[in-house]
Design a protein around this ligand. Structure first.
Ligand SMILES: Cc1cc2nc3c(=O)[nH]c(=O)nc-3n(C[C@H](O)[C@H](O)[C@H](O)COP(=O)(O)OP(=O)(O)OC[C@H]3O[C@@H](n4cnc5c(N)ncnc54)[C@H](O)[C@@H]3O)c2cc1C
Length: 640
């Protein structure tokens, strides 16, 4: 059974991080260059970590499957990044950001981690401004803010609808500076396919070069995974098509606990699914809810009418009606379920009936078309390119879609997994968002982890490792891990079945969406748990992976990733079935209040569930880390 020691520092909440930093072990500057650290991933979390660790003097090797770190999924982030700067003088504070995040996560995150996140949020903005990130500014030159869901203050910093891109360019510049001066060795087109454990500690990885097919072994004193989220288990999602779970899944199979895998975020404002041929879904940023109003017709018979002909009196602005204090800025899980409910009532718009309107006509009256375009122009362009509709003239049609995974590898306060020496950052870990992430908080967390947490906490581990003691990549453990990778590749290429990888991915996605999607029931989860193993068996008997392992082979890449999704999907359903309550994005229909809100069971489930692999074909073990709320009272979330 895994030892889950969260290592939360003692003392008052606001002092924990400061005290911890003052007490953790240090590595002296001369010794830092004797340690090698592997960073897998160069999205916001990985780039910021690799750059900062190299600045400190560690030798860093950074691996990404992309041809450039600039292609990481982080580049897609649109709306903004939160920080408790209180530039608007509207009552914000570190405590408020902490409190909103805890409440937003439906009381399923660790207080200490979330408070630290709120504390360092202010440093992130300073760091990024110093790098030259072009945040939007007010007339007088101060940084501008807008509002995101689950908050009653404006604390979201943004660069039009391209915040992720601009932040990533900042982190990338910092990373490339260190590549340029030799502090970081960058390995693009390199996919980590296994984690190497030596004497119970993470000491390296096995990697496949995606262009040449070469498999190589890399040893280090510590390994950091910053490999992003796993929402593509649903096939259709707002994620970059390549995002996958392989790195964290293979680490799970080497002993790292997987925490709360069922916590998935469904984002309320995405362009609706149009057909089976689609390979991805597109987000319309939450920032649009600052000015756009969400509605459906009051009467089902109006749902196919031209929306501009439906009078005000026949429109139901349901979020404003049900949640008057937060209105259209109700948190994502709540707004998504509300959209589902009105569509289930037969009032959904568009041909599929799975859509609601996001309407800018009031904003255009107030700000003019140019004013709206200045704030959201690129989002309106994206919408136009995909739907061929002009959202300045007709309301956007939107529907919830899979967007983010709050679950991930379990980590302690130092962001170290239960495997010593294995650290997990950004969306790949489970740490800060509980059962529902608030908008604009993922960028904050990724950069907090990379710029401000890991540079301190990794030293606490490395100080226990003798400089120069890392094993050789020729050690038996490395050879065995390489054999494991070669074995899986050979097996996939040898099946020679009839169906392409995408056929299985689509089917898995449907099972997951129907069984473990926006609403889950005991019956839907049990059904999915029967279907997934059968699909997995079919995959291993009938998948067709053409080509060779010695060249660029995208079918082979995809096959490995879908093979992992076929296992992870089952764990997600098991986790959702076991968690007999509703919280945040995990909505079990059996557990709801009469008004349809989540009914938590704090007594039985006020904990993190951290699943531990027990071997192929064996049921995983469910470990529990109790969540102790010392500073905030757990209560029923209320946005009314
Ligand atoms: C459309 C969209 C808009 C969003 N907008 C916002 C927003 O406005 N604000 C906000 O806070 N959040 C937003 N998010 C969420 C946010 O973008 C992500 O959660 C965040 O960027 C994840 O960063 P990351 O560094 O953890 O991972 P990623 O950016 O996903 O990076 C993962 C990295 O790991 C590498 N990698 C993965 N697996 C392997 C492997 N096996 N081997 C080698 N390399 C590997 C990849 O190459 C990549 O470099 C949005 C998400 C989407 C989908």
């Amino acid at each position: 059974m895994a030892q889950l020691d969260s290592r939360i520092p003692p003392g008052p909440l606001a002092d924990k991080w400061r005290t911890h930093k003052a007490n953790i072990r240090l590595v002296n500057p001369a010794n830092k260059r004797k340690y090698e650290v592997i960073v897998v991933g160069a999205g916001l979390a990985g780039s910021s970590a690799a750059a900062t660790l190299a600045e400190l003097g560690y030798k860093v090797k950074c691996f990404v499957y992309h041809d450039s770190p600039r292609r990481a999924h982080s580049i897609a982030a649109q709306g903004g990044i939160n920080a408790a700067k209180n530039y608007q003088n509207d009552g914000d504070s570190v405590y408020r950001l902490f409190y909103d995040t805890i409440k937003g996560g439906d009381y399923r995150a660790r207080e200490a981690n979330v408070h630290r996140l709120a504390e360092v949020s202010v440093n992130i903005i300073d760091q990024c401004v110093a790098q030259g990130v072009p945040f939007a500014r007010e007339y007088g030159g101060l940084l501008a803010n807008r509002s995101f869901g689950g908050a009653q203050v404006s604390r979201t910093f943004y660069a039009r609808g391209q915040t992720g891109q601009q932040l990533l360019l900042g982190a990338y510049s910092a990373l490339m500076r260190m590549v340029g001066n030799g502090g970081v060795q960058l390995f693009p087109n390199s996919e980590m396919l296994d984690l190497v454990i030596v004497d119970g500690q993470a000491k390296g990885i096995v990697v496949r070069n995606l262009i040449t097919g070469e498999i190589s072994r890399h040893a280090a004193d510590a390994v950091i995974l910053a490999t992003g989220g796993y929402g593509n288990v649903f096939n259709l999602s707002t994620y970059a098509r390549q995002s996958n779970a392989t790195a964290i899944w293979r680490a799970y199979k080497r002993g790292a606990c997987f925490a709360n895998p069922c916590y998935t975020q469904i984002h309320p404002t995405c362009i609706p699914v149009t057909g089976d041929y689609q390979s991805k879904l597109t987000l319309m940023s939450e920032s649009l809810r600052n000015d756009g109003r969400i509605w459906v017709p009051k009467k089902a018979e109006d749902r196919l009418k031209d929306p501009n002909t439906i009078p005000e009196s026949d429109r139901d602005y349901y979020l404003e009606r049900i949640y008057p204090s937060f209105g259209n800025l109700a948190p994502r899980d709540i707004a998504s379920r509300a959209a589902k409910r009105v569509c289930d009532e037969g009032r959904g718009v568009g041909e599929s009936g799975l859509g609601v309107y996001l309407d800018f006509s009031d904003a255009i009256k107030r700000l003019g078309e140019a004013g709206v375009a200045e704030r959201y122009g690129n989002l309106f362009d994206i919408y136009h390119e995909i739907t061929n509709e002009n959202a300045y003239k007709v309301p956007m049609r939107i529907y919830p879609a899979v967007h983010y995974t709050m679950g991930g590898l379990w980590v302690d306060y130092n962001l170290m997994s239960n495997i010593p020496g294995l650290f997990v950052l950004g969306e790949a870990n489970f740490s800060d968002h509980g059962a529902n992430r608030l908008g604009a908080s993922a960028l904050m967390q990724g950069l907090a982890d990379g710029y401000f947490v890991i540079p301190y906490t990794i030293g606490d581990y490395l100080a226990t490792q003798k400089p120069g003691s890392r094993p050789s990549a020729d050690a038996a453990e490395f050879k065995a891990a390489e054999q494991n990778v070669v074995g899986m590749t050979t097996r996939l290429l040898g099946i020679n079945g009839k169906e392409p990888v995408s056929y299985f991915h689509k089917r898995l996605g449907k099972i997951m969406w129907e069984g473990c999607g926006m609403a889950r029931t005991e019956a839907s989860l049990k059904k999915a748990l029967q279907e997934i193993p059968k699909l997995r068996e079919e995959f291993w008997a009938n998948v067709r992976v053409p080509g060779s392992e010695k060249t660029l082979n995208q079918s082979l890449e995809q096959a490995g990733r879908v093979a992992d999704f076929l296992e992870l999907g089952e764990l997600m359903c098991l986790d959702a079935l076991t968690r007999e309550e509703s919280c945040g994005g995990h909505f079990r229909e059996e557990h709801q209040y009469p008004d349809g809100e989540c009914k938590r069971d704090d007594e039985k489930f006020g904990h993190v569930a951290a699943w531990e692999f027990q071997g192929e074909g064996k049921a995983p073990l469910r470990n529990v880390e109790p969540l102790n709320y010392e500073f905030v009272k757990m209560s029923v979330r209320n946005y009314k």
